[in-house]
Write a protein that binds this ligand. Sequence first.
Ligand code: ADP
Ligand code: UDP
Length: 237
Amino acid sequence: MQKKEQLYEGKAKKVYRTDDPELLIVDYKDDATAFNGLKKGTITGKGVINNKMSNLLMKRLEKAGIPTHFVEELSERETVVKKVSIVPLEVIIRNIAAGSFAQRYGVEEGGVFEKPTIEFSYKNDALGDPLLNAYHAIALKLATGEEIETIKKYAFAVNEQLKAFWSECGVTLVDFKLEFGRLADGTIVLADEISPDTCRLWDSKTGEKLDKDRFRRDLGGVEDAYAEVMKRLSEHI
Ligand code: ADP
Ligand code: UDP
């Protein structure tokens, strides 16, 4: 697999073209941002952990029948993925109140929902990723109604798989963000990453935060938290 020119540099990853027009290489960085890029920093070793964790979880999801962009891990930080046209929606599933949900609705963090919720935001940094519903997404031509139904089905299936798996690791899956994309033939697949950057993960016994909230909220022990969830995942996968 030949790595060609860089197509894009995002906040957490770089994306490269390859000699195959249907494949890309993503390269995970240690850069961390929060609050729509207002807070910037480095989490040493994060790129290596996020690359490995995302790949292990996507492989598991594939086995459970959820199609993903994962093709092959190339190195500690690099992975070959299927090139997709990203559906510009951040798909957020929540099992427990936290973060913007707790703020928006004025509830304490930690309340467990009777059933998981789904919400979408428009993936648009200039607008600050505004919240929208399925009707808005269709009106804005971000996705078709049929695509949204597929995305919802996959997102809840991902939640069931990941909740059960993290629970085996002594970790509670609070909430997470997914991105989906279209292959050349229009098939919807799970893309981007699944990592402590994009999931809230709490220790099931102590409630300790083992994710990017340690960085967002200046709680300290950021690197240790990422290493701890990676260790637990490696022992159980
Ligand atoms: P951001 O763009 O939010 O700063 P990243 O630093 O993670 O995020 O950059 C990675 C970019 O690559 C994101 O815009 C993401 O939507 C996109 N991406 C993820 N997986 C794929 C894929 N399989 N094909 C094309 N683009 C992808
Ligand atoms: N999330 C993400 N990228 C974003 C926004 C949210 O990965 O741009 C993840 C975040 O890590 C959390 C979940 O989505 O696991 C829900 O985030 P929330 O809406 O509570 O926003 P935040 O508190 O991060 O502003």
